[in-house]
Design a protein around this ligand. Structure first.
Ligand SMILES: [Zn+2]
Length: 377
């Protein structure tokens, strides 16, 4: 895997680049749709290729519980299992263990938890997380970390940083001593923790950078902390992180967050918003967010977004989509998901184009001004 910078914006830290894995060329800044349990909900791989999706994210926690990484390994890996020919990044499982499962205990050894599905007990260590991600066949493997919530005390964040630091070595040792299960490379991204505390972030950067060969994750942001503090942290990390590696800002976010993060030198993003909110009838459009279930769309025969070229916007009216949601028709969920993913992919394409043309600063200020009163953007 390798990363090269294509161009940089003269007035901000924004940059474009190319990340090459054995499965695809990824133009950055990039948004990665979430394929939770082996599917980007309601969408076919071809529909994702059609909007230039080069990489998706798989959730280790969900795939570990169902159908299990052994089964996926026996089918030839996650790419083959779900018929996805481009790159895959898997998370470490940690975030879901902390947010979804009933957490029993974090110890030096690992994390004990009960499945949110059936209450069954499990134990994940850094080694087990690596073993699962190797078996899944991810092109990018995320380190096993401790990710405290935004309201966590400073003591909790300190111990999360300490534990994450101890575990990165074990992640690397396990990968170094394991046989590569497939005929493609699988690269480890360490994760920087430290909440909103600058000194803890600095400390985590120093500990993690020696383990990053071609990319680094920034965790523990967009987990409920103040947004201004989040962006102050991102700006600081931009100064501290190596420039020649992609920076993956985990779990962020809203379209305006992506634009601001790109201004601050971030390169890779994932978020459930386009797909999850799409299934709730919330659509990202050039005119801001609309909720299609609103009664005002009952007899609105215009398209959702004139500036969008997706199936929904080309061929259907708002009134029809509202009707589909009203009767719980699956086609509604599909069309809304497709539209939102198209919106995010087009946004990233525009960001890259503007950076390459030297127009990003002007464009990004206009974009952020346009949606400054819309919290949902
Ligand atoms: Zn559309």
């Amino acid at each position: 895997m390798n990363f090269s910078i294509t161009s940089t914006d003269p007035n901000s830290s924004a940059r474009t680049g190319t990340l090459k894995t054995d499965h695809s060329q990824i133009d950055t800044p990039v948004f990665m749709p979430i394929g939770t349990s082996g599917a980007v909900k309601t969408l076919l791989p071809q529909e994702l290729y059609d909007v230039n999706t080069a990489i998706i994210l798989g959730n280790t926690y969900h795939l570990f519980l169902r159908p299990g990484h052994d089964l996926i390994h026996r089918t030839g890996g996650l790419h083959k299992f779900m018929n996805w020919g481009k790159s895959i990044l898997t998370d470490s499982g940690g975030f879901q263990v902390y947010s979804l499962a009933k957490l029993n205990k974090i110890s030096d050894e690992g994390v004990k938890f009960q499945s949110h599905l059936d209450g069954s007990s499990h134990f994940i260590t850094p080694e087990i997380s690596m073993e699962i991600q190797l078996s899944l066949g991810a092109d990018i493997i995320m380190a096993f970390d401790v990710c405290p919530p935004g309201e966590a005390t400073k003591e909790t964040v300190i111990s999360a940083v300490d534990q994450t630091t101890k575990w990165i070595k074990r992640c690397k040792d396990y990968l170094d001593s394991s046989e590569v299960p497939y005929d493609w490379n699988q690269t480890l991204f360490p994760i920087i923790q430290g909440g909103i505390y600058p000194e803890l972030r600095k400390n985590s950067v120093e500990e993690m950078v020696p383990y990053s060969t071609c990319g680094i994750g920034i965790g523990g942001l967009a987990v409920g902390e103040d947004k201004m503090a989040m962006f102050e942290n991102i700006a600081m990390l931009d100064e501290l992180l190596p420039e020649d590696q992609p920076r993956y800002l985990m779990g962020v976010g809203r379209p305006t967050d992506l634009v601001r993060a790109v201004q601050n030198g971030m390169d890779m993003f994932d978020c459930v918003l386009p797909t999850r909110n799409g299934r709730n009838g919330q659509l990202f459009t050039s005119q801001g967010v609309i909720n299609i279930q609103n009664s005002r769309y009952l007899d609105d025969f215009s398209c959702v977004d004139k500036e969008c070229n997706c199936h929904l916007c080309n061929d259907y009216t708002k009134a029809y989509l509202r009707h589909l949601f009203n009767i719980n028709e699956m086609l509604g969920l599909r069309l809304a998901s497709m539209h939102n993913i198209t919106y995010y992919m087009l946004l990233m394409e525009t960001i890259r184009k503007k950076i390459n043309e030297g127009e990003f600063s002007k464009w990004s200020v206009n974009y952020l001004n346009k949606y400054s009163n819309d919290q949902r953007m």
